[in-house]
Design a binder for this molecule. Structure first.
Ligand code: MN3
Length: 199
């Protein structure tokens, strides 16, 4: 069974002006689709084709299979990322994650600054994450396709800081993209679901 590109969980204009329909056309329709297409071509007729996407990410990483890893991890990372956003999202969290953020970082504003700094300071392409690591909340950043799966962490929140995620809307202004993401796009319901699933 081939890996598939899931549809976006909202209309492609729904995140404007913080993420345009044009960005989503390219980012979901071209970039994310290409990772899925490449992955399917690479694992065709191999045992990896029968595994879950998460297992393919972890196994290709431990095997040093960079071609499969880069495409599988990017296929998975983007599924998380799309679900981390919703129209009218962002701002202060609600539910259990709000309490965990206050307990770990002191305040939501401190968390926001630290998450933004992680995204801005990732040199070149990569990701900013809020993860659960051995039961503790942590903000991390990863280069290229690397992600929490390969570090034994649970991804709670993901922000893509590859230029293709923001260049059409913000050009070189990655900090403004991250502020838009945090203030207007984050789907805290999804973050709470991830936290609940992690137990
Ligand atoms: Mn991307």
């Amino acid at each position: 069974m081939a890996f598939e590109l899931p549809p976006l969980p909202y209309h492609k204009t729904a995140l404007e002006p913080f993420m345009s329909a044009q960005t989503l056309d390219f980012h979901h329709g071209k970039h994310h689709q290409a990772y899925v297409t490449n992955l399917n071509a690479l694992v065709k007729d191999t045992p990896l084709a029968e595994k879950s996407l998460e297992d393919v990410v972890r196994q290709s990483w431990s095997d040093g299979n960079a071609g499969v890893f880069n495409n599988a991890a990017q296929a998975w990372n983007h599924i998380v990322f799309w679900n981390c956003m919703k129209p009218g999202g962002g701002g202060a969290p609600t539910g259990p994650i709000a309490e965990r953020i206050d307990a770990t970082f002191g305040s939501f504003d401190t968390f926001k600054d630290a998450f933004k700094t992680a995204g801005v300071s990732q040199f070149g392409s990569g990701w900013a994450w809020l993860v659960l690591d051995k039961g503790e909340l942590k903000i991390t950043k990863t280069p290229n396709a690397e992600d929490p799966l390969i570090h034994g962490q649970t991804a709670l929140l993901a922000c893509d800081v590859w230029e293709h995620s923001y260049y059409l809307d913000f050009q070189n202004r990655r900090p403004d993209y991250l502020i838009g993401f945090l203030d207007h796009l984050v789907n805290w319901d999804f973050v709470n679901e991830n936290l609940a699933k992690a137990g």
